[in-house]
Write a protein that binds this ligand. Structure first.
Ligand code: HEC
Length: 476
C-alpha cells in the first residue's frame, strides 16, 4: 500500500525531472540520513546535493526557511505550487529528522564556509581593490565614519570598536550600555554620528534593551532603544536615552528590532523598529513596532511629524506597516528617505519613505508564510504604498547606502544593497521612483549585514558567517 502511494506520488515528479529513480528499497524504519537522501531526494536535489530541479543544499541558501524545524516541515508537507513533494506518507518524523540533520551538516561543511576573498573585483564601470580589514569581529552590525580614516563599528555582542586607518583597535570603548539583551537578532545594533558631530560630539546607538536588570540579559523583555553619548578618553560618557518605548510594548521576542539609522537634511533622526514578530501590530498607530520613527536629535518630537495630535497615535511615528527594515539611507540629492525591509518568505521590499504613509504589512505583501500558507491574498490596496521593487524569493535584504562621492561619477546616487541570504552586494540605478538597471558587485563571501560609503568614496562591508570587514577601494 505504502509503495503504491509512493509510486503514485512520485511518478509525475519522475517525469518532470526526467531522471529514473527506483522506488523504495530503503526499509521503512531506516535511520541513515545519507541513505534516505540518496533514495528519496537525490533525483531532484543532486547525488552530491549540488541541486537539479530542486535547490542545491551546498550554498547556504534556504529560501523556504533555514531553521531545522522549517526544513523538516518543508520535507514533511512539501512546498505548495512547487515541485517539492510532501513526504509525510513516506518518511516518519524521525527519518525526516535524520535527513534534515544530514543536509544541514553537508551545507555547513560546504566550501562556501571558507570563501576566498578576491584581491580585486571588476564591475561595469570601475575596478576595486579588496582589503580584509578584520576577520575576528564576530557579528559586526553598523559603522559610522568620523573622517576618512576613523570609524566606529558596533558588534552585536555589545562591543563598540574604533577603527583607525583600516585597523580595528583591540581596546573597545569602555562603559557602553550594559542593559543590552542578547540572543536572536538582538544586541548592539546601529551607530551614527550627529550631523554636527564636529561641534557637539554626539554619537547615536540603537540596541535591544532589556528591562529589569543590569548586565547582559538573557530572559528579559526587550525592545529597540536609542541612546546618544560621547566618547572621552576611550569611555562612553554623557549618555542620554532619546527613544524608549513604554514598558507595555516590551516583549520576550528576540526578533525584528529594525533599528537602522539615517538623518535628513534638517538633522532629524529616522530609525526603524521591526514588527517584533507580531505582524498585525505594524498597522496599529498606538504601538511603536512595525514603524519608522522620526525624532529630533535630543529625542523631542518634530512638530510636523505626521501623527502629532492624532488621538491614540504615537507622535514619533513617521510611517507604518513596515515589517522589519534594516536598511535606511538618505538620498544625496533629493534628501528623501529610503528603506529596505525583510519580507516573510518572499516580499523583501525597497521603499521610498514618505511622511504618514502605510507600507501595508501585513495587509498587503508579496511574501507568504514559511510553511507556504498565505499571509494576505492582497499585494495591493488603496491607501497602501507599493514597494519600489520587491525581491521574491527573499534575498534577506539588509543594508542600503547611496553612493555619493565625486570619485565615481557614474555611480553617483546609485543605491548599494546588501543581502544576508544570497551573500551579495548589488548596485541599483534609480531614476525617480524606478530602478532602471541592476548590477551584481560581489557575491559568495558571507552574509553582508552592512554597506557604507566612506568619506573617501571607499565601500565598507560588514559580513558575518564568516565574519569579515572588507574595504573596496576604487582603482584609477
Ligand atoms: C520531484 C523533485 C523533488 C524531490 C524528489 C525532492 N525535492 Fe525538495 N525541492 C524540490 C523543488 C523543485 C524545490 C523548490 C526549489 C526552488 O524553487 O527553490 C525543493 C525544495 C526543497 C527544500 C527547500 C529548500 C530551501 O531553499 O529552503 C528542501 C529543504 C527540500 N526540498 C528537501 C528535500 C528532501 C530532504 C527531499 C527528499 C526527502 C526532497 N526535497 C525531495 C524538488 C524535489
Amino acid at each position: 500500500m505504502a509503495v503504491l502511494k509512493y509510486i503514485k506520488l512520485t511518478l509525475p515528479m519522475m517525469l518532470a525531472s526526467l531522471t529514473f529513480y527506483a522506488p523504495a528499497s530503503v526499509s521503512a524504519d531506516e535511520l541513515d540520513g545519507a541513505k534516505i537522501y540518496q533514495q528519496h531526494c537525490a533525483s531532484c536535489h543532486g547525488e552530491k546535493l549540488e541541486g537539479g530541479i530542486g535547490s542545491s543544499f551546498l550554498n547556504h541558501i534556504w529560501n523556504y526557511g533555514s531553521h531545522p524545524q522549517l526544513i523538516g516541515m518543508n520535507i514533511k508537507f512539501g512546498i505548495p505550487n512547487l515541485e517539492m513533494p510532501g513526504f509525510k506518507e513516506i518518511l516518519n518524523d524521525e527519518q525526516i529528522g535524520t535527513v534534515v540533520a544530514y543536509i544541514v551538516e553537508q551545507d555547513a561543511k560546504s566550501e562556501l564556509a571558507a570563501p576566498k576573498v578576491p584581491d580585486h573585483i571588476k564591475t561595469e564601470h570601475y575596478n576595486f581593490k579588496v582589503d580584509i580589514l578584520a576577520d575576528n569581529i564576530p557579528s559586526p552590525w553598523g559603522i559610522a565614519f568620523i573622517d576618512a580614516n576613523k570609524a566606529l563599528i558596533t558588534e552585536q555582542s555589545g562591543k563598540l570598536y574604533l577603527m583607525l586607518n583600516g585597523v580595528v583597535q583591540k581596546d573597545v570603548i569602555k562603559d557602553t550600555p550594559n542593559d543590552i539583551a542578547l540572543g536572536g537578532q538582538g544586541g548592539l545594533l546601529d551607530v551614527a554620528l550627529d550631523p554636527d558631530y564636529g561641534d557637539n560630539g554626539w554619537i547615536y546607538l540603537s540596541y535591544s534593551h532589556g528591562l529589569g536588570a543590569d548586565g547582559i540579559l538573557s530572559k528579559a523583555k526587550v525592545m529597540t532603544r536609542v541612546v546618544r553619548g560621547r566618547i572621552r578618553d576611550g569611555h562612553w560618557v554623557d549618555q542620554q536615552v532619546i527613544f524608549q518605548a513604554d514598558e507595555k510594548f516590551y516583549s520576550k521576542s528576540r526578533g525584528h528590532f529594525g533599528s537602522r539609522f539615517t538623518f535628513d537634511e534638517k538633522g532629524r533622526l529616522y530609525f526603524s523598529v521591526g514588527d517584533r514578530r507580531v505582524p498585525k501590530q505594524a498597522q496599529d498607530l498606538s504601538r511603536p513596532n512595525g514603524k519608522i520613527h522620526r525624532i529630533n536629535k535630543d529625542g523631542t518630537i518634530p512638530e510636523d511629524n505626521p501623527f502629532v495630535g492624532r488621538p491614540g497615535a504615537l507622535p514619533s511615528i513617521f510611517t507604518y506597516g513596515n515589517r522589519n527594515p534594516q536598511g535606511m539611507a538618505t538620498h544625496p540629492e533629493t534628501g528623501d528617505i529610503w528603506s529596505a525591509e525583510h519580507g516573510p518568505m518572499g516580499g523583501d521590499e525597497l521603499n521610498h519613505i514618505r511622511a504618514g504613509k502605510n507600507y501595508g504589512w501585513p495587509e498587503i505583501t508579496y511574501g507568504v508564510n514559511y510553511n507556504g500558507t498565505i499571509i494576505s491574498e492582497f499585494t495591493a490596496k488603496a491607501g497602501m504604498e507599493q514597494p519600489i521593487i520587491h525581491w521574491t524569493p527573499s534575498i534577506a535584504v539588509a543594508d542600503i547606502d547611496f553612493y555619493n562621492n565625486a570619485i565615481l561619477p557614474k555611480w553617483q546616487n546609485n543605491l548599494l544593497v546588501s543581502s544576508l541570504k544570497y551573500r551579495d552586494l548589488r548596485r541599483l540605478v534609480i531614476e525617480g521612483d524606478k530602478v532602471t538597471h541592476r548590477e551584481m558587485i560581489l557575491k559568495g563571501l558571507g552574509r553582508i549585514r552592512s554597506v557604507t560609503v566612506s568619506p573617501s568614496g571607499a565601500i565598507y562591508l560588514l559580513l558575518e558567517d564568516p565574519s569579515l570587514i572588507l574595504r573596496l577601494t576604487p582603482e584609477s
